[in-house]
Design a protein around this ligand. Sequence first.
Ligand code: ATP
Ligand code: MG
Length: 561
Amino acid sequence: MSEEIKNTETVSKNFIEIEIDKDLASKRFDHVQTRFPPEPNGYLHIGHAKSIILNNDIAKEYNGKFNLRFDDTNPTKEKEEFVNSIIEDVKWLGGEFEDRLFFASNYFEEMYEKAVLLIKKGKAFVCDLSADEIREYRGDFKTPGKESPYRNRTVEENLKLFEDMKNGMFEDGSHVLRAKIDMASPNINMRDPVIYRVARMTHHNTGDKWCIYPMYDFAHPIEDAIEGITHSLCTLEFEDHRPLYDWVVRECEYRNPPRQIEFAKLYLTNVVTGKRYIKKLVEDKIVDGWDDPRLVSIAALRRRGYTPESIRNFVKLAGVSKADSSIESAMLEYCIREDLKLKKPRIMAILDPIKLIIDNYPENQSEICTMPNNLENPELGEREIEFGRELYIERDDFMEVPPKKYFRLFPGNEVRLMGAYFVTCTSVEKDENGNIIAVHATYDPETKSGSGFNARKVKGTIHWVNAKTALNVEVRLYENIVDEEKGKLDENGNLNLNPNSLTVLKNCYVESCLKDAKAYDSFQFVRNGFFCVDAKDSRPDALVFNRIVSLKSSFKLVKND
Ligand code: ATP
Ligand code: MG
């Protein structure tokens, strides 16, 4: 038995866990510490969720710790607003960082000291070349780099110049500190990379204290080392930076330095995740902010009605790999549908109403019908709905001249009103332009649901709400913001937008049992999908619902077990 459990565990481990197991076995590390290191320059998206969940869950699995650290070393693009939204999103996704919330900018002092240490060891020098010259000297994949004429400055000279950089003696961009590594290295990242630059920028945390800022490749490994991170998990584009990462922690003399392991980014087919694009959609007012339900920022998914469980499940299904690939967004939809299916009550809502008048039902009468809240999950119980003479039904549940195999309402046909009676359509009422304003029917009092009536059967069942008690609400339907036929980008690199990505239905009706629905509450609406109360625009007396997802999809999860 225990043998069996062991086997399945090994099989299900991803390549990162396998590496961690090796590191623990070889005693390179005796514990596991991970981190999620966002730059506070935008909202988090579904791709970041992968990184958060991966780092958080690995720490948990190995009884280790997980840090949330803001990589706030580049003040130009960073904002307090993003810091707050990121904290909220990481918590919502279940990131258990507790009090381990850190800011890289709190390490500026230590980074500076480490830079001084490198200078003293002859491993860093101040360079006066311009940015363009540095690029030129760096060479490319075919040509080796050329050494900077400033490379052989003495330690004393470098110490003095670096201090001058720090003390604001130089113009922005005029001097940089570079690591002295190897201009002939086949890895361009190792060709004397810039590690500090002069830039007069006010920082959200340190204000105007610093006019020099460390570069990412120097700062990041130091941040990890200071926090005692063991496994620094990052995305594939940093693979070529790993030798530099290792060089920095080694030359800065950190003991038990962290190990960087790269994994593939999560991409969704035809879905925009890049901050650059989302920022533009927000600025151009094409979307209603970073949390517009058509986006896949975490805030947007939450507002749309996604749950942390569904996102977690999605990330798990997507898996961790070393090869970039793009996942169908239908899989994300599958995950939310699966999560809500058994948890949410199924309510009757009419999105495109026409009135149904039951002429033989007494004018001032009403009665209670009982309906199960979820056919597949009896634990959700039942609810009572008031039935009456005037109802609303979906416009497409009636046809004056039906095609073959149409089993819903048409003149002369009998259908079941869900949870209530059989009704037979008797006539149609139209305005002077020929538009249908009401459908008339008669009901058979013998046929109430639950009464055991079985003398005859009907082929169609339609849903309804009571015109007297139903709540008038707004419903928003979404499609992909990107035109899927044309593909994500046009020839100029601009997004191909889908003009139908948002449909607002102002005149919908839902059962009165939703009268106290609050932001983020979600429900299944019979036949129309899963819906969630919009957190931004819904009011108690004017509810707004977002469609999270429709009920059906072509997506099939193939399980290979
Ligand atoms: P973007 O440009 O897409 O907004 P980013 O890489 O600039 O993303 P950071 O704030 O630097 O965003 O990222 C924080 C962490 O999230 C990094 O460790 C990064 O590797 C990881 N990450 C970013 N995008 C993805 C993704 N699509 N899939 C998995 N991890 C990601
Ligand atoms: Mg980034």
